[in-house]
Design a protein around this ligand. Structure first.
Ligand SMILES: [Zn+2]
Length: 499
């Protein structure tokens, strides 16, 4: 009797273990023989493919989601321009941009608008291509008006310079150009909700073409104004997003979108902005899923410990508001990742300096927290000037959940395929590693659980279909109809241009 009870007990333990293992390793595209065969073939493709062939293969590959993304920074300057000069698409606004500096009396910048993320300092006066809307232009004195031209009247040279001024593409351009100048130039285009909604759909179209099914992007709904410069109610801005997402071309992308409300961390009132962000996300949970904090970490006023109390206060009030917070995007070792996990973050934006924080690195191995890596961002903003030394392969192969993301792809003149191309060519990623990186972006997504399960199932099915498409016969034949789109980063850094 005792023996049979023990056997039953052992049997139950075995059954429980089996169930736990089955839950940990769900049947997916990873384990079957087709996957194993394609893994072998992928190693040969890496050897045999030209750079263009490898790029097109990676362009066509299913990639899960982009979960570290700023909507404004993700939008290409051509998209901004085309919308800004088209009142039919932009809600009836007209724009002017600064093409001259006349050293006007009281030539200071416009005062900061505390309602806007990014506007904590006055806009600099000595900065070309700051764009303002007609209602603001009308308030300028005659001298300052002569510094601006209508955006739709720029000559070819100035138009090209305006487009370039929103990209980080010249050798001397780096972190300061990005943080202190590009965002200021976009200026009041940020205050137009129609332009933002259109840019969202432009991004969805390009991501859909690149094999993505999910986008978590950082954007808000406060501080927007109408063509007369009058404030637009937050409810109305949210409804503009909702309505745009329901249009046929947005639905046709197949890309599910959710938003983060992001707090600029170094402002004097950043704690209050965190409270406001929680209240906002709580009110618009159909689209907003998380609070984020961003802003250059070399400004010590935004250090993580400052926010310990306010996040504890928020946990006393709100259930189920997720946190992804930028941390560890630094040049020198810090404890920012550890301190940010203590704020309650489930995901860390960047996290690159945790490579030096060994206790926290150990904590992350095989753990529940994900690092949102952004290789090209870290390259162009000089956090990892030599991409060969990026800690991404250390994280990946130490078993730390990590995903590839684009951060501000419009300003990098880049896309998600560039991130994958860098990862494969610099770090020799295997097929299984690539598939895992894409899957991580969905497993750690903040979207509602049923949608996440659907996205994961679709991702696995897409990977299987991809393995069949390129795993049988001549893999090159499968590339014929891959219409890959590349931009300036791929041309400058990989030597790849597609017409
Ligand atoms: Zn970011």
């Amino acid at each position: 009797m005792t023996r049979s009870l023990a056997e039953i007990y052992r049997g139950l333990v075995l059954l429980a273990l089996t169930l736990v293992l089955a839950a940990s390793f769900p049947a997916s595209a990873f384990q079957d023989s087709a996957h194993a065969a394609f893994s072998e073939r992928f190693e040969r493709i890496k050897q045999d493919a030209s750079p263009e062939e490898l790029y097109r293969l990676l362009y066509a590959m299913p990639k899960g989601g982009d979960i570290h993304n700023h909507l404004g920074g993700s939008s290409r300057s051509e998209w901004w321009y085309d919308l800004a000069v088209d009142p039919d698409r932009n809600g009836g606004y007209r724009y002017y941009t600064k093409t001259m500096i006349h050293n006007c009396p009281s030539g200071t910048g416009r005062p900061a608008d505390p309602a806007r993320v990014g506007e904590v300092r006055p806009r600099p006066y000595l900065l070309y291509f700051q764009t303002i809307q007609a209602s603001t232009y009308a308030t300028l004195d005659e001298c300052k008006q002569r510094e601006y031209e209508p955006l739709d009247a720029l000559d070819d040279d100035n138009r090209a310079a305006w487009l370039s001024s929103l990209r980080l593409e010249l050798p001397h351009e780096g972190r300061d150009e990005f943080f202190e100048r590009i965002w200021n130039r976009i200026g009041e285009l940020f205050r137009n909700p129609h332009i933002n909604a259109e840019l969202l759909v432009e991004n969805m179209k390009r991501y859909g073409a690149e094999g993505l099914r999910y986008l978590e992007t950082q954007t808000g709904a406060a501080g927007f104004v109408d063509p007369r410069g009058e404030p637009i109610a937050v409810d109305d801005v949210v409804n503009i997003y909702r309505a745009r997402l329901e249009q046929a071309d947005a639905l046709a992308t197949g890309v599910v979108v959710r938003f983060h409300q992001t707090v600029l961390r170094f402002t004097p009132d950043a704690e209050q902005r965190v409270r406001d962000a929680y209240a906002f996300v709580d009110r618009y949970r159909d689209l907003w899923v998380a609070v984020n904090m961003a802003g250059r970490e070399d400004d010590d006023k935004g250090h993580p410990e400052r926010f310990r109390q306010v996040f504890a206060e928020m946990r006393r009030q709100y259930p189920d508001i997720r946190l992804s917070i930028h941390a560890g995007e630094t040049d020198r070792p810090s404890r920012h990742v550890r301190e940010t996990l203590l704020l309650g973050a489930d995901r860390i934006g960047h996290g690159i300096d945790v490579i030096h924080d060994h206790d926290t690195l150990l904590l992350l191995r095989h753990g529940p927290f994900l690092l949102e890596n952004n290789l090209i961002s870290n390259h162009l903003l000089e956090y990892t000037p030599d991409l060969d030394l990026h800690p991404f392969p250390q994280f990946l192969r130490l078993g730390i959940p990590v995903a590839l993301n684009t951060d501000d792809r419009g300003m990098w003149d880049s896309n998600m395929s560039d991130e994958y191309y860098v990862a494969v060519t610099r770090f020799n990623l295997s097929w299984s590693e690539l598939v895992q990186v894409g899957r991580n972006s969905l497993e750690h997504a903040f979207v509602e659980a049923p949608i996440k399960q659907r996205l994961l199932a679709e991702y696995d099915a897409d990977i299987r279909a991809f393995e069949q498409r390129f795993g049988v016969g001549d893999w090159r034949a499968g590339l014929w109809d891959v219409k890959a789109e590349t931009y300036g980063y791929a041309e400058r850094h990989f030597g790849i241009i597609f017409e």
